[in-house]
Design a protein around this ligand. Structure first.
Ligand code: HEM
Length: 500
């Protein structure tokens, strides 16, 4: 009898909550019918950014969904994203609270997953100034060149063979980022490098869609192998960050800031000396989390190192599939840089075609198709609809980047769309926003652009990449393993021919 009473009670509670949500939905952006408990869960599976484009045809460019019992509003057009993230920036600058990111950020102590708050502002400012301080010097370029020279030597030995470059690109980018962060470079058999690479691959593949407990918080109390795996990866990553932080402290010299970690330590010391009121927001856990943000940024989606790796992997694939476009990049490199030195940052302005390639790769491949989820910080409105505090907001960057009204032929790889008839760059279209927009926009944009320019430029200057003979044209759609949150190319082989 008591079992029956509990069941009836539970069902009644669920139905009341569902009815309450339905009444609330009348004032929110429209959306499809949602079920009690599961909501519209199935619409978030697979390549959800494509499902969202279809839904927008019925419900308009701003629509509501239920991820389990959580309200989600999807922004499917440039106007909607600008209205939310720029015009009403502060209202839409929060981050959802999720178990996945709570674990990886050791309780919201990083930038990417802490909520909009004075502490987040302080961390972001510090992160920006550390990256700027580092990237503005000669350091960045010389470190990229050192790593590139190693990779060019390795690639030369593989000339003529069909190879999957994935692990080599991981190594190249990790070496560039690790030189920037800690001043070190790795060999392929280095234990830390292999741990970092494994964590990156596992997190993008295993946690592409987050955990069920992100959607149903009560499940966090049940044992789960994914939660255990997440904790283990976070522990491994943070152990590496902490070790470097401690080594840097021992040899720290404020007059010789060697890398980003030194810049962070300096900012922490400055804050202590200035008698910063809330020094508890700059503990070592915060510092190692900020450094960790450079590497993964997220277990849920991934910016940071992974996006840089993916940009290079997609760029090489597109250039191999379009040899005529690749030759134009090589010709521009020949005329601006020549063959006797590697590309430098000062060459960038004189290379509009290469710059256009990056725009087109980021548009076509859209590495972070739905960006990182935002959350509303207050009860607010959008397009006259009410959006309660805590609603998740998903900008569909893929939709912006593939909108036929903006781009005309969005499925064609055509870098010329970013150039005028004289080959000069046109102002960047507002609809291209691979780094997001507004208060939460990617603080690593300048570093990522500098790295990818130097790396891809150096590789194309030295090698011609082609699809191996006898292998059919590769699939240029993103691999299913990235689900809806990250755009990963299917594994592919290329043949490299030395240009020099
Ligand atoms: C091609 C490379 C990259 C792409 C496409 C990319 C893209 C993005 C995107 C779409 C976001 C989310 C913006 C939003 O929430 O509205 C983001 C956030 C972030 N990215 Fe990047 N990113 C890249 C490289 C980097 C690098 C190299 C770093 C570090 C040095 C970095 C650090 C971050 C951080 C810390 C955030 C969180 C910002 C916040 O929550 O305030 N990213 N990135």
């Amino acid at each position: 009898m008591w079992l029956m009473t509990i069941t009836v009670g539970l069902v009644t509670l669920i139905l009341i909550k569902w009815l309450k949500d339905y009444v609330q939905r009348w004032r929110m952006p429209p959306g499809p019918f949602f079920w009690p408990i599961i909501g519209n869960l199935s619409l978030f599976g697979g390549k959800s950014y494509l499902t969202f484009i279809d839904l927008a045809k019925t419900y308009g460019d701003v629509f509501s969904l239920k991820l389990g019992m959580t309200d989600v509003v999807v922004l499917n057009s440039l106007d909607a994203v600008k209205e939310a993230f720029v015009k009403k920036g502060e209202d839409f600058a929060g981050r959802p609270k999720m178990l996945t990111t709570d674990i990886s950020s050791e309780g919201g102590k990083d930038i990417a997953f802490s909520d909009y708050s004075p502490t987040w502002k302080l961390h972001r400012k510090l992160f920006h100034s550390a990256i700027r301080g580092y990237a503005s010097g000669q350091n960045l370029q010389s470190k990229v060149h050192e790593s590139l020279e190693d990779t060019i030597a390795v690639f030369s030995k593989m000339e003529g063979q069909a190879v999957d470059l994935e692990d080599y690109i991981y190594q190249l980018v990790y070496n560039v980022i690790c030189s920037a962060a800690f001043g070190i470079r790795y060999n392929m058999d280095d234990e830390d490098f292999n741990t970092l690479m494994k964590i990156s691959k596992d997190t993008t593949e295993t946690f592409g869609q987050g955990l069920l407990a992100d959607v149903y918080p009560l499940l966090r109390f049940l044992p789960s192998s994914s939660v255990t795996a997440n904790r283990k990866m976070t522990h491994q990553l943070m152990e590496i960050m902490q070790r470097h932080l401690e080594q840097h402290r021992e040899s720290f010299d404020p007059n010789n800031l060697r890398d980003i970690t030194d810049h962070m330590i300096k900012a922490q010391k400055d804050a202590e000396e200035e008698g910063m009121q809330d020094i508890n927001s700059l503990t070592d856990t915060h510092l190692r989390q900020l450094i960790g943000d450079i590497f993964l940024v997220a277990i849920l989606s991934s910016a940071g190192t992974i996006s840089t790796i993916l940009t290079l992997r997609w760029a090489i694939l597109y250039l191999a599939v379009h040899p005529e476009i690749q030759e134009k990049v090589a010709a521009e490199l020949d005329s601006v840089v020549g063959r006797d030195r590697l590309p430098e940052m000062s060459d960038r302005e004189a290379m509009p075609y290469t710059e256009a390639i990056f725009h087109e790769v980021m548009r076509m491949a859209s590495m972070d198709p739905v960006s990182l989820p935002h959350a509303t910080t207050v009860d607010t409105t959008l397009r006259g609809y009410q959006i309660p505090k805590g609603t998740w907001i998903m900008p569909n960057l893929w939709a912006l980047h593939h909108d036929p009204d903006t781009w005309g032929d969005p499925d064609v790889f055509r870098p010329e769309r970013f150039l005028d008839e004289n080959g000069k760059p046109i102002p960047k279209p507002a609809a291209l926003m691979p780094f997001g927009v507004g208060r939460r926009a990617c603080p690593g944009e300048a570093l990522a652009k500098a790295d990818t320019f130097l790396l891809l430029g150096g590789l194309v200057q030295n090698f011609r990449f082609s699809i191996p003979e006898g292998e059919g044209p590769p699939d240029l759609t993103p691999d299913e393993i990235g689900e809806g949150s990250i755009s990963i190319p299917y594994p592919y082989n290329v043949v490299m021919t030395c240009r020099k």
